[in-house]
Design a protein around this ligand. Structure first.
Ligand code: FVH
Length: 289
């Protein structure tokens, strides 16, 4: 099958390389020619322009820096989009995805938005999960090719669903990674090496991750008060110690201050006997917190 890849940054070049290696006739375009050359040496076919790359294949993967760039490329393609399936794997927001679907649809193309839950070296392996949303018949027709990039998960007809899930997963990732950085900074004030501390940190984070499904059940039921094993009023007191120790050790408190504010607010609202999961009620309503 023919496929075109537009954008040969770290991710796009990995996508193009994987497709070539798996026997796809892959046409590529990138703003900077040097990256095209590298891809062509690997077996891809160069296109003279983005419009030429779109015209070359029924299935076009776009993976550029942001939607502003992607929109410029697709808008300038005009009616060469007609009859094409555009799979936009560029990171963006749900609203941007819906607008892009509209743009492609107006020009006679079909649109799938995607969220790549992987880093470039993972592309082509089952661990590379790629979320899709948008035109379902187009997804089903091209799943065999898209499946070459990793494990595909189709989330629904609304093109905004893939970026919504993508960004939510990134929220979870950043919360965890920034938490790990903060923990390493705190123990580092007493010359504990990050590599040494990791042996303790990773099992702890794994144990806490195992607690997430129970939190999810509380969130879906709205019951934060049954079977409470660590009540929020107790956690608020412990959090005060945490803040005091950070201050004494000279560690920047910026990551922790908003967490303490949420815990205190929830306790002040009368939910001190409940579990931590109830804080979601404040997070859900930006103006209430
Ligand atoms: N790399 C990763 O780990 C993450 C994994 C999850 C998904 N993201 C998203 O993928 C999009 C591309 O990311 P990338 O890592 O390939 O990014 P870069 O290596 O910086 O390549 C950027 C490409 O965009 C092209 N580009 C930038 N500005 C323009 C422009 N004005 N006109 C045309 N093309 C443009 C750039 O071209 P060039 O600089 O080589 O000429 C690259 O092809 C991104 O949404 C991630 O969030 C990656």
């Amino acid at each position: 099958m023919d496929i075109s890849v537009i954008g040969l940054g770290a991710m796009g070049s990995s996508i193009a390389r994987t497709l070539v290696e798996r026997g796809q006739r892959t046409t590529v375009w990138n703003r900077s020619a040097s990256k095209v050359d590298a891809s062509v040496r690997g077996g891809a076919i160069p296109a003279g322009s983005s419009a030429e790359a779109i015209a070359a294949s029924p299935l076009i993967v776009v993976c550029v820096l942001d939607y502003r760039v992607a929109q410029g490329i697709l808008a300038s393609a005009g009616h060469s989009l007609a009859g094409r399936v555009i799979v936009n794997l560029t990171n963006g927001t749900p609203e941007q995805a819906r607008q892009m679907a509209h743009l492609v649809g107006e020009r006679g193309g079909r649109y799938l938005d995607g969220g790549i839950m992987a880093i470039p070296p993972m592309i082509g392996q089952p661990e590379a999960v790629i979320l899709y949303s948008g035109a379902e018949p187009a997804f089903l027709a091209h799943e065999p090719q898209l499946g070459l990039l990793g494990t595909s998960r189709y989330l629904g007809a609304d093109p905004g669903l893939a970026p919504l899930h993508d960004l939510a997963l990134l929220c979870g990732m950043y919360g965890m990674l920034f938490g790990a950085l903060h923990a390493m900074a705190l123990v580092g004030t007493e010359q504990v090496k990050a590599t040494e501390f990791t042996a303790m940190l990773v099992p702890w984070l794994n144990a806490m991750t195992a607690y997430v499904p129970a939190m999810a059940q509380q969130i879906d039921s709205g019951d934060y008060a049954s079977d409470v094993s660590a009540n929020l009023a107790m956690q608020a007191v412990g959090f005060d110690n945490l803040m005091e120790a950070n201050d004494a050790q000279g560690v920047l408190p910026d990551l922790l201050v908003p967490l303490q504010r949420l815990i205190r607010r929830r306790v002040a609202d009368g939910h001190g006997a409940e579990d931590l999961a109830g804080v979601i009620e404040l997070i859900r309503k930006a103006d209430a917190a």
